[in-house]
Each structure stands twice: as structure tokens, then as C-alpha cells.
Design a protein around this ligand. Structure first.
Ligand code: NAD
Length: 257
């Protein structure tokens, strides 16, 4: 059991990476707070975990709301006594995200409120709780686009993930001596609702797959296994990393020095 007795918050736990990570963390012994703005989805995942003999609780939270994120951490500490793992994973890619000229201000603001401010708020309230625990692991979901950009225009999303990556590196350095590790999980293109809603034609899907050496989309279960590594003591000397799990995509883009 890699997370025995640990308490973990997973945001975006109603679907995709978050749902599979919540299930995997619980199966490795963690008590998991399944956090999402989708009340029914978060409840379903938490119920599934408890039915399988694990420990979980669903919380309905909009990660872009400071009051709700503060209450998320307060509830965790009040009910379970500690916070060991914070997986800031909730994120959106809005359908009308485009290039610099096409993208509306509202799309930009909403993307940044959830993808960037949401991660910052998680850290703002999660870090003091982790300090009281004696340390912990924060995983922020960025993306391969933070490293190389995207072939299909999604400027607000790409810029938001770049912000998540640089915020992660700075936090890792600031909190390294407090035994708080902070890493960015950078998935490649995945077969989850988020991307499949965006790449809504076969032509768009194939356009994206051209760039993936493995020739397939990743699965959320594969991201959950990587998140487990970062959450657990297996990664005890890993902090500030750009943890790419992308089917080789960035290696195909980036040329060596
Ligand atoms: P998903 O759409 O399946 O799941 C995202 C979850 O986040 C949903 O359950 C949604 O309700 C929740 N959410 C959205 N806004 C929220 C908010 N304001 N407050 C609380 N919950 C909110 O997507 P996924 O593919 O599992 O994505 C998870 C993360 O991985 C995101 O940060 C995404 O940007 C990132 N990512 C995804 C891909 C991909 O190809 N799917 C690639 C790289 C990075």
C-alpha cells in the first residue's frame, strides 16, 4: 500500500484523470476527498470507492472560489486530521478557445480562473495544512502544451498550463525544506471527455495524433499511475519536475542542443 494512512484531496474527481486517481489512491490506502463542481459525478466516485471497501468523501467545490477552496481544506483537516496529498487537477478547455484574434475575453478569464487561480487557491490553503502534517506532495496538472504549445489553436488553455508549470517550479523551490514536494503532471493528449469534446471530428483527432510517436491517445488510468508515483514516497527526491507522460510527443517536437 503506497498511500496507507494518508489523506488526499483530488480535484476534478468526477471524471477522467481525477476519477481514476481517486480510485487508485483509495485502493492504495488513502482517504480520498473527491472534489468537483459536478456534485453527482463526485458522489458517484466516492460511493464507488466506499462500496469497494475504501475511504472517501465527496465535496462539491468550484476551485475558482476562494471561500469554497478554503472550506475544502478546512473540512479535510477537521474530519480527517491531516493533509498529505493535494492533487490540483480540475481544469477546463473551453470550446471557443482559439487563436489570439478569435479568443474572447470571457473565455480567457474563465480558463484562467479555473486552471490557474484554482491551482493557486489549492496551494494557498493546502500548504499550511500540509506544513501542520509535517510535509506532503502537491501535484498540479499542467499539460504537454505548457512545454511545446499545441498544433490546434487553444491559446487561453495553453497559456494557463504554462502558468501552472512555472507556478509549480517556484512553489517547489520555496517549500523544498519544509518537506513539501510540488510537481507538475504534464499529460499528452488523452482520450477523456475534455479533449474529445474539443477534437470533435475524426479529422481533428488525426491532426493531433500526427504528433504522438506512440500513435494513440493516452488513457486517464495511465495518468493516475503517474500521479500515484508523485503522490507516494516512491518519488521522495522528486520536486519541481515537469513530469511528462505524453507518448513521446514532446521528444518529437524538441530537438536536442
Ligand atoms: P475531464 O473533463 O474528464 O475532467 C475534468 C474535471 O474537472 C470534471 O469532472 C469537471 O467537472 C472538473 N472541473 C472543471 N472545472 C471545475 C471547477 N471550477 N471546480 C471544480 N471542478 C471542476 O478532463 P481530464 O482530461 O480528466 O482533465 C483533467 C486535467 O488534465 C485538466 O486540468 C486538464 O486540463 C488536464 N489535461 C488533460 C489532457 C487531455 O488530453 N484530456 C491533456 C493534458 C492535460
Amino acid at each position: 500500500m503506497k498511500l496507507q494512512w494518508k489523506v488526499a484531496i483530488v480535484t476534478g474527481a468526477a471524471s477522467g484523470i481525477g476519477a481514476d486517481s481517486a480510485r487508485l489512491f483509495a485502493s492504495e490506502g488513502a482517504t480520498v476527498l473527491c472534489v468537483d463542481r459536478d456534485h453527482h459525478g463526485a458522489n458517484a466516485v466516492a460511493n464507488e470507492i466506499t462500496a469497494a471497501g475504501g475511504r472517501a468523501k465527496a465535496l462539491t467545490v468550484d476551485v475558482s472560489s476562494e471561500a469554497e477552496v478554503r472550506s475544502m481544506v478546512d473540512t479535510t483537516v477537521e474530519e480527517f486530521g491531516r493533509l498529505d496529498v493535494l492533487f490540483n487537477n480540475a481544469g477546463v478547455m473551453l470550446p471557443s478557445d482559439g487563436d489570439a484574434e478569435e479568443t474572447d475575453e470571457a473565455v480567457w478569464d474563465q480558463t484562467f480562473a479555473i486552471n490557474v487561480k484554482g491551482v493557486w487557491l489549492g496551494c494557498k490553503y493546502g500548504i499550511p495544512a500540509m506544513r501542520d502534517t509535517g510535509g506532503g506532495s502537491i501535484i498540479n496538472t499542467a499539460s504537454f502544451v505548457a512545454v511545446v504549445g499545441a498544433a490546434t489553436a487553444q491559446l487561453a488553455y495553453t497559456a494557463s498550463k504554462g502558468a501552472v508549470l512555472s507556478m509549480t517550479k517556484e512553489l517547489a523551490v520555496i517549500h523544498a525544506r519544509e518537506n513539501i514536494r510540488v510537481n507538475a503532471l504534464c499529460p499528452g493528449p488523452l482520450e477523456t471527455k475534455l479533449l474529445m469534446d474539443f477534437l470533435d471530428t475524426e479529422e481533428k483527432k488525426q491532426r493531433r495524433l500526427v504528433h504522438v510517436p506512440m500513435g494513440r491517445f493516452g488513457q486517464s488510468e495511465e495518468m493516475a499511475k503517474s500521479a500515484l508515483f508523485l503522490a507516494s514516497d516512491d518519488s521522495s527526491y522528486t520536486t519541481g519536475s515537469t513530469f511528462l507522460v505524453d507518448g513521446g510527443l514532446t521528444s518529437a517536437y524538441v530537438t536536442p542542443e
